[in-house]
Design a protein around this ligand. Sequence first.
Ligand SMILES: [Zn+2]
Length: 98
Amino acid sequence: MQKTMCLCGNEAQLHYKDEIGRIKESIVTIKNVPIFHCPDCEDGYMTGPNCLRFAEQVRKAVELGVNELEFQEDEGFDQIAFNKYLIKLQKHLLMICL
Ligand SMILES: [Zn+2]
């Protein structure tokens, strides 16, 4: 299982969860998003590139007019290099990160 360091210093573990994203009044669910969860402070984190991907999927879902979409990881992306950039999730309701 993939792990990373939480901001509190403890280990956060990789889980796949459905996350909600929003563009203005459109709310969509993205399924199986890779989230690092810290059991200690109960916080969820997404890596920078995954957050970008997530934002793309949300935009795509809104464009397609669907309210659910499967998260797609970019296979070619060098994720390890970016794993340090963790973005904290706000109560599982994500705003567009960038
Ligand atoms: Zn923590």
